[in-house]
Design a binder for this molecule. Structure first.
Ligand code: HEM
Length: 127
């Protein structure tokens, strides 16, 4: 069986590091304010949930599902207006985080390709 992205990334600490970098960038980089402003002032809950979700999504332990049940991601994002700008900011923020964490280029491109589909599916407003 091919190795799961979770193992290729090298496991739990790497997923945590990636998510921390993602939210640090969202907090610091003006380009990402368009999505930062949708999040709570304190990002610790967001950090934890995305870390738990990605652990399972990458083929590792299903931390999010074990604790919260089915993610219902589209429904959970409906309270936030998400269009093209928000989708692209999210993806660019993740791309930058992966680069900063030195995720290997082939793996990075594959993951971003899959994340594009998930992020695009989250769009709930025109434009
Ligand atoms: C398309 C652009 C996106 C925007 C603007 C966005 C924004 C948000 C916001 C504002 C929250 C609430 C944060 C909180 O309650 O602390 C959230 C939660 C979450 N997002 Fe996103 N998100 C996007 C895409 C994604 C994608 C692509 C994924 C998964 C790969 C994802 C996974 C999650 C998860 C797991 C949660 C926590 C859900 C919960 O249990 O409440 N998001 N997102």
């Amino acid at each position: 069986m091919p190795e799961a992205p979770y193992d290729l990334l090298s496991g739990d600490a790497a997923v945590r590091k990636l998510v921390d970098r993602f939210y640090d960038l969202m907090d610091d980089v003006p380009e990402f304010f368009v999505i930062r402003k949708l999040h709570p002032a304190d990002l610790s809950g967001s950090r934890n949930k995305l870390y738990m979700f990605l652990s399972g999504w990458l083929g590792g332990p299903q931390l999010y599902t074990d604790k919260y049940g089915h993610p219902m991601l589209r429904a959970r994002h409906l309270p936030f207006a998400i269009g093209l700008a928000e989708r692209d900011a999210w993806l660019n923020c993740m791309k930058q985080a992966m680069q900063d964490c030195e995720v290997e280029a082939g793996l990075r491109m594959g993951l971003l390709d899959s994340l594009f589909k998930t992020a695009d599916w989250m769009r709930n407003k025109e434009g």
